[in-house]
Design a binder for this molecule. Sequence first.
Ligand code: UT7
Length: 344
Amino acid sequence: MNTLTDRVTKAPLNTTWMGPSLSGLGHYLPPTTITNHDLGKIVDTSDEWISSRTGIKSRRRAGALQATSDLAVEAAHGALAEANLAVEDIDLILLATATPDTPVPATASLVQEALGAHGAGAMDLNAGCSGFLYGLHTAGAFVRSGYSQNVLLIGAETLTRVTDYSDRQTCILFGDGAGACVVSNKGQMDVLYSGVGSDGSHTELIQIQAGGSRSPASADTVAAHQHFLQLDGKRVFKQAVRRMSEAANTALEATGLQASDVSWLIPHQANERIMSAVAEIVGIAVPQVVNDIAETGNTSAASVPIAMDRARQAGAFKDGDLIMLVAFGAGLTWACQILRYNES
Ligand code: UT7
């Protein structure tokens, strides 16, 4: 089992920052909403149950003609505008997703074409709901090595396309959306710490069984609902709390920071109760937790950048704030970053 030992950065807080940094944020949520009441009409559930067990009131669904790349392009435009960069400035597009437009080609290539970013390399990355943080880890390494100047990092999902709307345990959770940023040497949010981890002995806890080389698509796999995302909710809940709190504590230990130094905790938006439990274990007060789940649900690799951008737009961050990102997902995977927000 890998542990959180691979640190891109462990920087002293009083030196001139040499990167990596986030230099823009953008997000996109499709306009169509699925409310808890809507779900109550198709499975045996209620607004009261979903709200109290997850914190979710509604989630978004991509339009019939929208695929993951379409959501990603919208978020990317926002990030590029915010970062004041032209598409020509991007030399790598990194797209974190578990719901690509198609298995081949990479969805990042479709995004590249749609943006007209012809000077950029493009590839996808799948680390489940930890995908955006894994992407930040990877983009940071590209920037620090000098291989890239400006990486366009996107987390984008159309989870409603792989959601089984006859399974009341999973269909209440997932929504569609995308979040993006640019990772470069100089920007608004310095990455002070980055760590990733994985444990492949629990792959069955979150999975789409068929459609790959192990079990190619067939009439039988379709009939058996094996192209939908399956979740062992209770066991995932426990693993999510354990892994995210361990990842957060490892980050604090590595940087010498205290939980009280953290201005904002932005966890993967999986379940309000998971987020509160992680905050309590790490010692971060609930008002410091960015909780954006009510209107978005669980958007997997898109959840952290969407929550972060919405908090930024609401004016939550101020100069010098330390922001901790933490995520957990299929794999199992987990990751944590500590960012410092610079106003200018
Ligand atoms: O993104 C990373 C992956 N995802 C997650 O991190 C999700 C992690 N898991 C969860 O968020 C929660 O486990 C769920 C929201 C999926 C389920 O909540 P829970 O509090 O763990 O419920 P439970 O599975 O313990 O079920 C309690 C009861 C059961 O009924 P009985 O056996 O007590 O009679 C379920 O059948 O609630 C029932 N139930 C529901 N009732 C109404 C399960 N889903 C529903 C539902 N509406 N949608």
